[in-house]
Ligand binder design. Structure first.
Ligand code: BES
Ligand code: MN
Ligand code: ZN
Length: 506
């Protein structure tokens, strides 16, 4: 069930709510802005809590206050630390909001009312409202569809269903509404990506992804083409078919076209790896944690999430989205190490390791994407274990051929809290892929595994301005941000949407 977001014009001190949420900057010795009015009403109780030194406003710190009955209509007042104003940004507010939502959940409170903090340098109240909504919608989401417990109606668990934000007056209410809508659409897009990545491989199959894509295309008035195995054979998608060879489950190659810009304007292209389960194939993976490889379609999930947001926000720009989707399984028909595939581009690839399958399906998608003459292209893929070794779980690996695209993507990552760190696609790395019996091999050995994977993709991108995001370390987290839960993060859905919006004429 989607979270309801309401904007209200009550005074903070007069808000009737089971949980009033205030934010406080670190080391400020008294409440500021609307929080000051609440403090007055509580006879300086907030100031005393702050001055006692028990609560500094450090990011993630919280304190709960229970006002005496006549002093305030709020049943509880939660103060959440935002860190210092210099450090504060959208991500800090998303995190702080995440803490507030978790508190509401543990108290079994269905509604909370939030008072926006004082804007930090270069923020305005619209931006605060948007980040707060993103934090709340992301934090409230949970993947529950496969639990057969009580139904929504007779559920004993109380869930957070309503968030209210306080606006200064009716004029501001109008202004905040647009920002709240964007925040909700962006967070719901990311939740769609999280849902798809959370679904097991027997549910989120390639045809399921195609069904979801069709619904989005319908909502957004987009053109959609879905290639099945037979159509892919006709077109010569040897990379996708080579990976799909071991699977009974039908592969799909999904292509969506959104036209929000000029007739002749070159589109932006998004490409996402859609391996709905990666066993490794004949080069089979060890069994420990293999079940997590259902999220090997996280790149595809983020592309679909971003396209849902595009359908709803209707940016004035053309976008084409490409999702090659297949399982990677061993069988008597599976591609074997040493087999050579003829790719869509016509080039030949020796499959050294069938577990390096993502690059094979992406190579076909990237080569096909070129036929749309994109002005820029970005792909996202849970591509290499090696990027987890290089960057851990806190940065997306960023590579590419074009400094402008790389910089725009990097900035979109900073703005949305989905941060990227660039790795070099320098020439000397390329020779690790030199083929012996074929044009190129699908693996380049252990050194710089993320970079050689990026180089492999580059061979099929050719001269399109392009950036590649390796999300193997960031798409799934055991120790996530406070506004997420353990599991799928939806990365880089927000980055994609921001990148697209940064190209739209206003
Ligand atoms: N899907 C994996 C990469 C992966 C690893 C994603 C860990 C998420 C977490 C990918 O298909 C893969 O298996 N890559 C191999 C490539 C190697 C065989 C060259 C890897 O990284 O080990
Ligand atoms: Mn693999
Ligand atoms: Zn994979």
């Amino acid at each position: 069930m989607a979270l309801n977001i309401t904007i209200r014009t009550d005074e903070a001190a007069a808000a009737r709510t089971p949980l009033l949420v205030l934010f406080h900057y670190q080391d400020r010795d008294e409440p500021t802005g609307p929080a000051a009015a609440v403090d007055d009403q509580l006879n300086g109780l907030l100031s005393r809590v702050i001055n006692r030194g028990d609560f500094s406003g450090k990011a993630g710190q919280t304190v709960m206050i229970y006002p005496e009955a006549p002093s305030a209509p709020a049943e509880r007042v939660l103060v959440v630390g935002l860190g210092t104003p210099d450090e504060a940004d959208g991500q800090a507010l998303r995190r702080a909001t995440g803490h507030a939502v978790r508190k509401a959940e543990s108290l079994r409170v269905p509604e909370l009312t939030a008072v926006l903090p004082e804007p930090w340098p270069d923020a305005d109240r619209s931006m605060l409202a948007r980040s707060l909504v993103e934090g709340a919608v992301l934090a409230a989401w949970d993947y529950r569809e496969l639990k057969t417990g009580p139904t929504e109606d007779d559920e004993p668990v109380v869930r957070l269903t309503d968030v209210s934000i306080l606006a200064n007056d009716e004029a501001e209410e109008e202004e905040l509404r647009a920002a709240v809508d964007v925040g909700r659409i962006v967070a719901e897009a990311e939740n769609l990506a999280r849902e798809l990545a959370s679904k097991p491989g027997n549910v989120a199959t390639p045809s399921h992804l195609a069904d979801v894509a069709r619904e989005i295309a319908e909502e957004g008035g987009m053109e959609i083409t879905v290639f099945d195995r037979a159509a892919m054979e006709e077109e010569g998608f040897g990379g996708i078919l080579g990976v799909a060879a071991g699977s009974e489950e039908e592969p799909r190659f999904i292509v969506m076209e959104y036209r929000g810009g000029g007739e002749d304007e070159a589109p932006l292209a998004l490409v996402g790896k859609g391996v709905t389960f990666d066993s490794g194939g004949i080069s089979i993976k060890p069994s420990a944690k293999m079940e997590e490889m259902k999220y090997d379609m996280s790149g595809a999930a983020a592309v679909l999430g971003a396209m849902q947001a595009v359908a709803r926000l209707r940016p004035r720009v053309n976008v084409v989205a490409l999702v090659p989707a297949t399982e990677n399984l061993p069988s008597g028909r599976a591609t074997k190490p040493g087999d050579v595939l003829r790719m869509y581009s016509g080039r030949t690839v020796e499959v050294i390791n069938t577990d390096a399958e993502g690059r094979l399906i992406l190579a076909d998608a990237l080569a096909y994407a070129r036929s749309f003459g994109p002005r820029a292209m970005v792909d996202a893929a849970t591509l290499t274990g090696s990027v987890v070794i290089a960057l851990g779980h806190h940065a997306i690996g960023l590579m590419g051929t074009d400094d402008n695209v790389i910089e725009a993507v990097r900035r979109a990552g900073e703005a949305t809290g989905e941060r990227c760190w660039q790795l070099p696609l320098w020439d000397p790395y390329r020779k690790q892929l030199d083929g012996e019996v074929s044009d190129i091999k699908n693996t380049g050995g252990r050194p710089a595994g993320s970079i050689t994977a990026g180089w492999f993709l580059r061979e099929f991108v050719e001269d399109v301005p392009w950036a590649h995001l390796d999300i193997a370390g960031t798409a799934w987290k055991d120790d996530p941000e406070p506004y997420l839960r353990k599991g799928a993060t939806g990365v880089p859905t927000r980055l994609f949407i921001e990148w697209i919006r940064s190209h739209a004429e206003q």
